[in-house]
Write a protein that binds this ligand. Sequence first.
Ligand SMILES: C[S@@+](CC[C@H](N)C(=O)[O-])C[C@H]1O[C@@H](n2cnc3c(N)ncnc32)[C@H](O)[C@@H]1O
Length: 191
Amino acid sequence: MRIAGINGKENVLDICTGTGDIAIGFARKGAKVTGVDFSLPMLERANKKIDKKKLHGKIQLVHADALCLPFRDKNFDVVTIGFGLRNLKDKEKGFAEMTRVLKNHGRAFILEFSPPSASLFERVYSFYLRKILPFIGRAVSGNRQAYTYLSDSVKDFLSPQEVINIMDEFFREVSYLSLTGGVANIYIGIK
Ligand SMILES: C[S@@+](CC[C@H](N)C(=O)[O-])C[C@H]1O[C@@H](n2cnc3c(N)ncnc32)[C@H](O)[C@@H]1O
């Protein structure tokens, strides 16, 4: 199976890698992956997972800010960012950095939640985000605040069309794939 058209020879950059799940997924398909995050505790957790899965030769972890990537221009075939775009203080700068480090014709895959809109399903989703998620989050992790942040940051995030409009400024081709009735989307940009 190919993920994101990965053929095993590609050089992948996973921005906002967190505990490394996306980086690990690509490394398992044979890609050479660099994972970047500005949180050292997240990178330490990623490192433990990578160790456990014996993927050390395949994944390099780098402590850096997505808004100022320490890589040369046109270095990567694929750039990914999973549930990180929402957190970037300056989305335009984030996209400028992604396209700077991508080779020409390189692809960016951005996985992100969408704010609920007016459909019945999305009103139910909105209720889940506001009332149920923080409750479950507190029960599981003891940290209600983190889940309230998650819920607020999703509600306040850009609509798919707004994300596309920004991406249009940076990529020559942009599309998106709606997941789970629009709860999340994969945005695809080709440089
Ligand atoms: C919700 S987690 C997502 C982690 C992972 N991509 C996943 O899908 O599980 C968001 C991550 O983005 C990182 N992050 C947020 N802003 C960042 C920035 N400006 N530069 C680098 N990492 C950032 C956070 O430290 C956190 O680990």
